[in-house]
Design a protein around this ligand. Structure first.
Ligand code: NZQ
Ligand code: ZN
Length: 386
């Protein structure tokens, strides 16, 4: 097992009715900015629950944060934060709203001229403005981690940021919010969380038995939950399992003491930047090709995954590894997620060169657990995904 440090300060309030406890979590004297997305919370009753819980607080609102949170829109919120002397941010939404609020938490205290530098120059956020979240869409795990991904459409960029100052003070996870989530976003949530686990597992063994079993059990739970969730997202038991799996998939726990990959995410983010494809779907496009390309490096882990998650027990290590990749792709298909770039855009010619060149320009020329994901490898993987 590799050495590690683990500190996750996020307080989780999990369960039906927990949104009402907002007023026990936000300091009474705070000047609050409530931030949300395109308006789903006004249709499903979450907005009413949140604003009821905020009675007695001095609060204002900022709505309209889009999926793949947009830098230029967030700058408008930043102006409000500064002009109104806001002291506490409350994100009510999915990954996009929460990530947008994490950016604002950092930017509000940033002393440089251009907040984009936080992303472009990889500036770690040691201290941010305090914020809490009410999660409305299980998927990213952002509610219990300190990372954020921000898009900038004017330059076609999608960049990540993070740091210990970007953990939420608290996150409220009420599984009843899942009932109103459209099928496409439910499928995205499963696929994103599933790939988070794979990115932290499908490397090579360091004998970390517990981490492997944690990862496998999250994947097993997601596989068991997926058809029930797609059938009836209002079933509380199913929604609760879905929600907690997504949080546990990326709250830092399962990656401690083990090597991680993350190249699928890096490549996937570029596909969203180029074509606006939903985050989770970019992962489903890249993952199968990535695992085939690096079969030699990953086959032992792929075979272990095949056996423990998909009950593949026949054949050589290589045959089992390949069968496990096929099962994974079939799982994405079972969620109605197409796994070819050409399923999403007609303009796919040249994508491989573009993505590989962008990563090269940033100096990201040796990604993955073996630093083997070179621009050439990226090009082959993306080309194989057309
Ligand atoms: O904007 P509204 O109207 O609220 O609608 C949203 C949005 O259109 C809707 N939605 C959310 N909750 C709902 C709901 N509709 C009905 N009922 C509800 N309860 O769902 C749509 C998608 O929301 P979004 O927040 O964009 O989805 P998701 O949670 O998948 O977040 C994706 C973003 O997170 C980033 C992705 O790159 C992408 O930008 N990620 C963040 C990570 C992190 N910070 O740790 C890790 C991930 O790998 C990922 O990169
Ligand atoms: Zn993801």
């Amino acid at each position: 097992m590799l050495n590690f440090e683990l500190q996750n300060p996020v307080k989780i309030l999990f369960g039906k009715g927990e949104i009402a406890k907002l007023n026990t979590q936000i300091p009474k004297e705070a000047k609050v900015l409530l931030l949300y997305g395109g308006g789903s919370i006004k249709k499903n009753g979450i907005y009413n629950q949140v604003t009821s819980a905020l009675q007695g607080y001095d609060y204002q609102e900022f709505g309209g944060i889009p999926a793949n949170p947009e830098y230029d829109i967030l700058l408008d919120a930043l102006t409000i934060i500064k002009e109104q002397n806001i002291t506490f941010l409350l994100a009510v939404g999915g990954g996009s709203v929460i990530d947008g609020v994490k950016f604002l938490s950092s930017a509000a205290l940033y002393e440089g001229n251009e907040p984009w530098d936080i992303l472009a120059n990889g500036i770690r956020t040691e201290v941010g403005m305090p914020f809490g979240t009410v999660l409305t869409l299980p998927a990213t795990g952002t509610e219990m981690n300190s990372g954020s991904v921000i898009s900038r459409r004017s330059t076609g960029e999608k960049r990540a940021m993070g740091g210990p100052g970007l953990f939420p003070q608290f996150s409220i996870l009420d599984p009843t919010v899942v009932a109103s989530i459209p099928q496409r976003q439910l499928a995205n949530g499963i696929a994103d969380a599933y790939t988070h686990v794979m990115e932290q597992y499908m490397t090579y063994s360091v004998g970390a038995d517990l981490q492997d079993r944690f990862a496998e059990s999250i994947m097993n739970s997601l596989i068991a939950t997926a058809p029930k969730l797609m059938q009836d997202p209002s079933d509380y038991k199913t929604a609760a399992n879905f929600m907690w799996c997504c949080t546990m998939a990326l709250n830092g726990l399962i990656q401690k003491g083990v090597p991680t990959d993350w190249a699928i995410h890096v490549i996937g983010h570029e596909l969203t930047a180029l074509y606006g494809i939903d985050h989770a779907r970019t992962l489903a496009i890249i993952a199968p090709r990535h695992y085939h390309h690096f079969l030699d490096n990953k086959k032992e882990k792929l075979a272990q995954y095949g056996e423990r998650v998909w009950n593949i027990t026949e054949g050589s290590i290589e045959e089992r590894a390949k069968a496990a990749i096929e099962k994974t792709e079939a799982f994405f298909h079972s969620l109605d997620i197409p796994t070819r770039l050409s399923d999403y855009t007609d303009q796919y010619e040249g994508t491989a060169e573009k993505v590989s060149e962008t990563l090269r320009e940033r100096g990201w020329v040796a990604l993955g657990e073996h630093k083997a994901v070179t621009p050439e490898a990226v090009k082959t993987i993306v080309e194989g995904s057309y």
